[in-house]
Ligand binder design. Structure first.
Ligand code: AMP
Length: 429
């Protein structure tokens, strides 16, 4: 192998082989998060990173970890030295690919294993038998492996929590806490999170020792956290017209590689089918599909076999598809944070992206809430031929009440008012 002249990556303290691997991956200049994190991780510091999606965070931890692992003696059976915890199967597979690609030119080959649920556990147990340098896993499958005595966590001296906010979501936090309770106390810990709600702050305080804090693009006071490379459009349309408008937009603009977000698995199937019948190569992607089908849809989408993938929030985090130019919110996300994650699928690593949200009269109040939370104020558009016909519902407490004494069944009761207020704040779909 001929190594290129020292690159900007080598000046961060990385070996020539890893600097070469970075430039062979098309990384010429380190991103700000890489500049900030790589030297500190190499020095053994704990780090706490808040970075905008698509910022190059995977390489920011993968490159220095590969270098640190070169210095460690080999693991013995069923042990792992470094552990990367991620919230989804897709992110586990993708992170594994990044590590393997960057490890290709190392003088001392490293054993890297990936473990996630939804597929047979046996090959994963086999891959851990002789011990591994690095394991990338989702918490649930990791616990299964421990329970099967296929994995011991006693040798872990380096831990990465990627997408920590997602790892701590209700339903997942228990698994994460169980994994953490099995790890040795003496270790280096790196925590990455797009958002820092109180649960993540509490976790970082309990796990990290005197961490270096890196906040690359965190929202300034009053500023929007949306990457500037993403153009956001909001189109007003009646809910019942969304599929025809979607079809119109995709066809007129000849959009390719469009990720359409919907609220339910049923909607993913239904909208994808409608588009497919209209001659658009669209496939559904959601948690109800087998792991094999999920992997296949994703790799075919990456290979441009599908123009459109209609997905639930399963695809809103961490999935990295180069050149994903358009993201469409067919159904609005539940929260302002989910909005950022969804639209962050586009406009990655310096590319320009377009994020379109379809807003109906009923979902307008919810979208306004998202804008408020993200310090956004986006113009509303209407597309000729698809103009909405329905008006925004008047909150029940403001609706005129007929008759001085009120008519039974018409006048909102206290319960009605409470329900109306709840509806205003709740999921719009
Ligand atoms: P991540 O934030 O890790 O999901 O990375 C987002 C995208 O940025 C991926 O497609 C990476 O391959 C790419 N990337 C990471 N580091 C660099 C870099 N230094 N230069 C250009 N692209 C990069």
């Amino acid at each position: 192998m001929t190594l290129v002249k020292p690159t900007a990556f080598a000046s961060l303290g990385l070996t020539a082989e890893l600097a070469y691997a970075a430039s062979a991956s098309g990384f010429d200049i380190p991103t700000p998060i890489q500049v900030a994190a790589i030297p500190s991780v190499l020095q053994g510091a704990d780090v706490l990173v808040s970075a905008e999606t698509g910022s190059g965070k995977t390489a920011a931890f993968a490159l220095p970890i590969l270098q640190l692992l070169q210095r460690q003696p080999r693991c013995t059976s069923n042990e792992a030295q470094a552990l990367v915890l991620v919230p989804t199967r897709e992110l586990a597979a993708q992170t594994g690919e990044v590590f393997r690609r960057l490890a290709q030119h190392l003088p001392q080959p490293l054993k890297i294993a990936v473990a996630f649920g939804g597929v047979s556990i046996n090959p994963q147990m086999m891959s851990l038998r002789a011990g591994v340098n690095l394991l990338i896993a989702t918490p649930g499958r990791l616990l299964d492996l421990v329970e099967h005595n296929a994995l011991k966590l006693t040798a872990v001296n380096l831990l990465v929590l990627d997408e920590a906010d997602r790892l701590l979501e209700p339903g997942f936090a228990d698994e994460l806490n169980r994994v953490l309770s099995l790890l040795p106390v003496q270790r280096q810990t790196l925590l990455f999170s797009a958002t820092f709600p109180p649960v993540v702050q509490a976790l970082s305080q309990s796990l990290l020792r005197d961490p270096l804090r890196i906040e690359i693009t965190g929202p300034q006071q009053g500023a929007s956290p949306v990457p500037s490379a993403i153009l956001q459009r909001v189109i007003q349309v009646d809910a019942a017209q969304r599929t025809v408008l979607l079809r119109h937009l995709i066809k007129t603009h000849a959009y390719q590689r469009v990720l359409v977000f919907v609220a339910t698995q049923y909607a993913a199937e239904h909208v994808a089918e409608k588009l497919y019948k209209a001659g658009i190569f669209a496939a559904p992607f959601h948690g109800g599909l087998s792991q094999g089908a999920r992997t296949q849809v994703l790799s075919e989408f990456k290979a441009s076999r599908w123009d459109v993938v209609v997905t639930t929030d399963l695809a809103s985090r961490g999935i990295d598809i180069a050149q994903l130019p358009v993201v469409i919110n067919y159904d609005l996300p539940r929260s302002a944070v989910d909005y950022i994650h969804r639209i962050g699928r586009t406009g990655r690593a310096g590319e320009v992206g377009l994020a379109i949200s379809l807003v109906s009269a009923a979902t307008e109040p919810h979208f306004r809430l998202i804008e408020k939370r993200q310090h956004l104020s986006l113009p509303r558009e209407q597309i000729a031929g698809y103009e909405p016909t329905q008006a925004e519902p008047v909150p029940l407490d403001l609706a005129p009440v007929t008759g001085a004494g009120g008519i039974k069944g018409k006048r909102p009761s206290k319960k009605d008012k409470l329900r109306a207020a709840k509806r205003q704040n709740a999921t719009p779909i």
